[in-house]
Design a protein around this ligand. Structure first.
Ligand code: RUB
Length: 322
């Protein structure tokens, strides 16, 4: 039997897939708001059917973008609470109310986390700092904007972040806040690193060994920063921790269409050429100075333990949508 979903839900699914909604934090918030729409639209009167409906919508959301772990974690947050209510015999109304409340509380904690990360991260920034950032991370921007609001005299180098040019979003925001910014091509990071004294990047996932998954190019930037003894800080909410990496589940690195890199007509004339377009890469914890979270600043080896404590992952039920 085919299940139908509300149109608004499908349009959020499409927005995430096509990257009109992007960035790990935003993806997570949008996905569970979409789940709330599904919950509200349920017209049946059967508790089991409701649970199945929510689980199947969750699986659709999980398939939108595979790498940002904030998405499954946000779903876990809602589904843990929903299943608890279901097992304790809650009525359909109570189940819907649980979805509603937990979506709202996740969105609130996520926005609050961004604010706290801004506060903690800004403490690491000194007057006169020249910062490099890559891609477009709301968590990193929160730090830079707070440092600027604290009247620190700073400037930023932002990479353009090919092939999707998320760096253009970053420079627009920095410009709005009056932060002096230089846009550079991704391959110029080595050329400019001697001018930089701190690197800040966001996170799509932090693995159990403290490794970072973030926008493609982060790994190269980390190596260059290391070569120049420039500290690299990661801005990551605790819900960027990947709980299943603890059991050796391999992170999924999204590979996007070659058409983002080269036009299909050009490529079709090159018989021996193929294009690879991974959207993310993995940076070893050895290159990470510290991870700035909403509950403090931690060494990458400590962050996973802190995240587990804050998020309260249930290792017995890591895939509640199944
Ligand atoms: C975005 C990206 C960002 C992280 C963190 O990739 O790699 O650095 O998602 O962002 P994409 P935030 O544009 O492919 O989604 O701090 O906003 O969660």
């Amino acid at each position: 039997m085919s299940i139908s979903y509300p149109r608004d839900f499908m349009s959020i699914v499409d927005d995430i897939k096509k990257m009109r909604i992007r960035g790990a934090g935003r993806i997570a918030r949008a996905a569970i708001k979409a789940l709330k729409l599904v919950s509200e639209s349920f017209e049946g009167d059967d508790r089991e059917e409701f649970i199945e409906y929510i689980k199947s919508a969750s699986k659709i959301l999980l398939n939108t973008r595979p790498t940002a772990v904030s998405l499954p974690n946000a779903l876990r947050y809602v589904l843990f609470r929903l299943l608890e209510e279901y097992r304790s015999g809650g009525s359909l109304e109570a189940l819907k109310e649980t979805v509603n409340k937990s979506v709202n509380s996740f969105v609130k904690l996520s926005k609050n986390a961004l604010k706290k990360i801004g506060e903690y991260g800004a403490r690491l920034i000194d007057d006169g700092d020249v910062i490099l950032t890559h891609c477009n991370s709301a968590a990193v921007l929160s730090i830079i904007i707070k440092a600027k609001a604290d009247s620190k005299n700073i400037s930023v180098y932002a990479t353009e972040t090919r092939p999707r040019f998320q760096g253009r979003k970053t420079i627009k925001v920095l410009n709005k806040y009056g932060v002096r910014t230089t846009l550079i091509v991704d391959s110029a990071v080595g050329y400019f690193m001697n001018k930089i004294n701190k690197v800040f990047v966001g996170a799509d996932a932090i693995l159990a060994n403290g490794a970072l998954i973030n926008k493609i190019g982060t790994f190269s930037i980390a190596i260059i920063a290391n070569e120049f003894n420039v500290p690299l800080y990661v801005a990551a909410e605790t819900y960027k921790y990947s709980p299943d990496s603890l059991f050796g589940v391999k992170a999924k690195i999204e590979e996007r269409s070659p058409t983002e890199v080269i036009s299909p007509s050009f490529l079709s004339r090159l018989n021996y050429v193929k294009v690879r377009n991974p959207a993310f890469d993995i940076t070893s914890p050895r290159y990470i100075t510290a991870i700035i979270s909403e509950v403090g600043i931690y060494h990458p080896s400590v962050f996973p333990r802190v995240a587990e404590k804050i998020f309260k992952f249930r290792y017995s039920e890591l895939y509640p949508w199944e």
